[in-house]
Ligand binder design. Structure first.
Ligand SMILES: *[C@@H]1O[C@H](CO)[C@@H](O)[C@H](O)[C@H]1NC(C)=O
Ligand SMILES: *[C@@H]1O[C@H](CO)[C@@H](O)[C@H](O)[C@H]1NC(C)=O
Ligand SMILES: *[C@@H]1O[C@H](CO)[C@@H](O)[C@H](O)[C@H]1NC(C)=O
Ligand SMILES: *[C@@H]1O[C@H](CO)[C@@H](O)[C@H](O)[C@H]1NC(C)=O
Length: 692
């Protein structure tokens, strides 16, 4: 009898794997990944002097888990520069310990929004840790713990649910910052697209018990509205979009505390910029050279900005435009529930690939096939030139195809590339031959992760770096073709940029020939993009065939090799006759609309306690019923907290929006100093807390 039953059970189970419309389960979660708010260089512009000196917006990780009865996809978008191998390894390791084998490397996609205003030091390859004087354990821990918090919450909240897909155009929130490189792509290909950047936002909406619980909205724009002079931690335009949409659904709940979450993950943003005004030379205001982005005066920098009057306003505008687009899609989904519903099995597949020598057959335009290969990593000269979002060194320009100057000798001292390596990367002149640089530990990744998730007809391709607009479109094209060939009608391809592994940029073969910043930072040579297209095709085929990919290749765990030269944190002492939490700069009695309120408290180094899921600052309002209610934390747009010696200085800008909530009349009373002090004591400073 038992023998008879067994095969039937097996049959049923395997049949359910191919069930057309299995029921879905969904979970949603958020965690705080804010890193050290002092002393640590920010990740993105690679400027050692751009160190954190406080907080404008807290950084959050937002996760959805979607499952059917066979497989799951865990997708997390964190307000950090990018995702790195070490963070992914650590998160998956701890997930394994906590949840068993349910979640693993192949069905967990971790992604960074690419904000350039978060603390650095969490990547495990040497090149990315130079500006920040090495690895920063505090940043790494903050990110790993915050991501795990969001995953735990998502896991705990899993319930039967529904998933919806929608999209819309976001007409005015991105431009191409290397348009001359884009023009190198074949005309026939370019003619298929109206713009030189992707203007479509793609959104997944998660519901359960008939209630909307969260949305994830991918849109290709660099979060570089805050420029390299900013010293306050910020989630940039993507984070602003999250705050606006979350507030729309959560009401007056403080940022990061509401049940509804809205994530704005990175996409194929490699050559995109939110700085909509054309780049100009800082000193003269003249346009820069379109090919090299250099100024006539070689001592001048070429910088793009806008659309606002300063970087804060630009951040708000670009964030708001993304938020508006997402809200529009949500409304549209509400009107067309049946049509927007995503039905079908949930599947995922991942692989590790040795990108230093990936050989594959490439089909040319004319149908001829050639065997091509990728190269060991190397960075080109124009990498050091930076971009119009953030300049690099004046000794370099974009579009450099020759070695020059003292650099030929200096960088050869680090490592002299072989003729073979030079030929492999041509026409890129090699500045840093990172593929052969292993001291004190490897400089750039060699084994790279590519992952593909599928929910019905929606595919999520986890891209291990910053793919340019066209590089992304080519992946989307190929995946669409493969999905159709496997019988998927109307496939939707979401490109999840900066996921799992960070390998700098990926430009197309043609853009690579131009060697602007993105091409010079395409580390595995001219066929990098084509190699990934090949990999995603193989992943998709394997996913449909129910096959598994080779699994004997893993990136090294470099955590125990890391070096940190960051200054140590000193224990904090309040000044004589002062206590932590004492108010050292009293607010005025009265404020009008648009006024800034400056308050200072005696505090210590925020690196001593990052106040995870908490705040260094609380603005409260006294209600008629004599109860104090929270109106803003250090994660709110309206507040800025900066550290200054032993004080934290808080600035609250009473803009109209804020004013309406905080002060109902045109003018209002700010809590008198005694109350301030009481509150300061009541919530205590972080230092007091750490003493107890
Ligand atoms: C964060 O704080 C909120 C309340 O302020 C709490 O409900 C939530 O569980 C906390 N999350 C974590 C991960 O500690
Ligand atoms: C950064 O933005 C500020 C305005 O907020 C501007 O004054 C400054 O020149 C900009 N700096 C760079 C390098 O873009
Ligand atoms: C493609 O193959 C044909 C026939 O083998 C050859 O004549 C042609 O030159 C090839 N084209 C290229 C670009 O190699
Ligand atoms: C590419 O290499 C494979 C394996 O070595 C070989 O079978 C194939 O014929 C080659 N293709 C071309 C176009 O040379």
């Amino acid at each position: 009898m038992f023998l008879l039953v067994f095969p039937i059970v097996l049959c049923l189970h395997s049949a359910s794997g191919f069930e057309q419309n299995p029921p879905h389960l969904v979970g949603i979660g958020i965690g705080d990944v804010t890193g050290p708010a002092a002393d640590v260089a920010m990740m993105g512009y690679a400027k050692h002097w751009q160190e954190t000196k406080g907080i404008h917006l807290r950084q959050f990780a937002r996760t959805f888990i979607a499952c059917d009865d066979v497989d799951c996809i865990v997708f997390c978008s964190a307000d950090i520069g990018m995702m790195g191998t070490a963070v992914k390894q650590e998160v998956v390791k701890r997930m394994n310990a906590e949840f068993g084998g349910k979640y693993h490397g192949g069905n967990v996609i971790l992604s960074g929004t690419h904000t350039h205003s978060g603390p650095s030091g969490f990547l495990s390859y040497a090149l990315y840790n130079i500006p920040n004087r090495g690895f920063v354990q505090e940043t790494f821990d903050a990110i790993v713990e915050g991501i795990l918090d969001s995953i735990r919450e998502a896991h705990r909240s899993i319930r039967p649910g529904k998933i919806y897909y929608g999209e819309t155009l976001v007409p005015n929130a991105n431009v191409n910052r290397s348009p001359t490189a884009y023009l190198a792509n074949p005309e026939k290909e370019r003619k298929r697209y109206e713009h030189d950047v992707d203007k479509v936002m793609q959104l997944l909406q998660f519901e359960s018990d008939g209630e909307i619980r969260g949305v994830f909205a991918w849109f290709a724009v660099h979060p570089t509205s805050m420029n390299n002079t900013n010293m306050l931690i910020s989630s940039d335009n993507k984070g602003v979009a999250s705050l606006i949409v979350e507030k729309h659904f959560n009401g007056e709940v403080m940022p990061g505390k509401g049940p509804f979450i809205a994530a704005f993950p990175a996409s194929n943003l490699g050559d995109t910029s939110p700085n909509l005004k054309s780049p100009v030379c800082i000193k003269t205001g003249e346009p820069c050279d379109p090919i090299t982005s250099a100024c006539k005066d070689r001592g001048d920098f070429c910088v793009a900005s806008g659309p606002g009057k300063d970087m804060q306003e630009s951040t708000w505008i670009i964030g708001d435009r993304q938020a508006e687009a997402a809200l529009e899609i949500i409304e549209e989904i509400g009107r067309n529930k049946e049509r927007s519903r995503v039905r079908g099995a949930i599947k995922s597949i991942g692989q590790y690939v040795d990108m230093t020598n990936y050989q594959f057959e490439l089909e040319q335009e004319d149908g001829n096939k050639t065997n091509v290969t990728t190269c060991k990593p190397a960075m080109g000269y124009s990498f050091a030139a930076g971009t119009t979002d953030g300049y690099g060194s004046l000794e370099f320009t974009q579009g450099e195809k020759d070695q020059h100057g003292i650099w030929r000798i200096l960088t050869a001292l680090l490592d002299q590339p072989t003729e073979e390596q030079k030929k492999c990367h041509a026409p890129k002149p090699i500045l840093f031959n990172t593929g052969d640089m292993t001291w004190p530990y490897p400089w750039q990744p060699e084994v790279v992760e590519t992952t593909l998730g599928m929910i019905g007809n929606v595919a999520i391709a986890a891209l291990p770096g910053e793919f340019t607009t066209m590089a992304g479109r080519r992946i989307r094209d190929r995946l669409r073709r493969v999905m159709r060939s496997h019988g998927k009608r109307d496939p939707k391809i979401i490109l999840a940029g900066l996921s799992n592994t960070y390998t700098s940029y990926v430009a197309t073969f043609e853009e690579y020939q131009v060697q602007r910043y993105e091409g010079a930072s395409t580390i595995f040579g001219p066929y990098t993009n084509a190699a990934y297209i090949d990999q995603f095709e193989k992943l998709a085929d394997a996913l449909f065939d129910g096959a598994t990919m080779r699994s004997d290749l893993f990136p090294p765990n470099l955590l125990d090799k890391q070096i940190s030269l960051l200054n140590l944190i000193m224990p904090d002492h309040p000044p004589v006759r002062k206590d932590f939490g004492d108010c050292s700069l009293e607010p005025e009695g009265m404020y009008r609309r648009q006024d800034s309120v400056h308050v200072a408290f005696v505090s210590g180094n925020p690196r001593n306690d990052r106040r995870k899921n908490g705040t260094y600052l609380l603005v409260e309002k006294l209600e008629a019923n004599d109860l104090w209610v929270d109106v803003a934390t250090d994660a709110s747009w309206e507040t800025k907290s900066g550290s200054l010696f032993l004080q934290l200085v808080y600035t609250v800008v009473t803009d109209e929006e804020f004013e309406q909530q905080a002060w109902n009349t045109g003018e209002g009373e700010v809590t008198p100093a005694t109350k301030q002090k009481q509150q300061a004591r009541r919530r205590k400073s972080w230092r007091l807390r750490s003493q107890f």
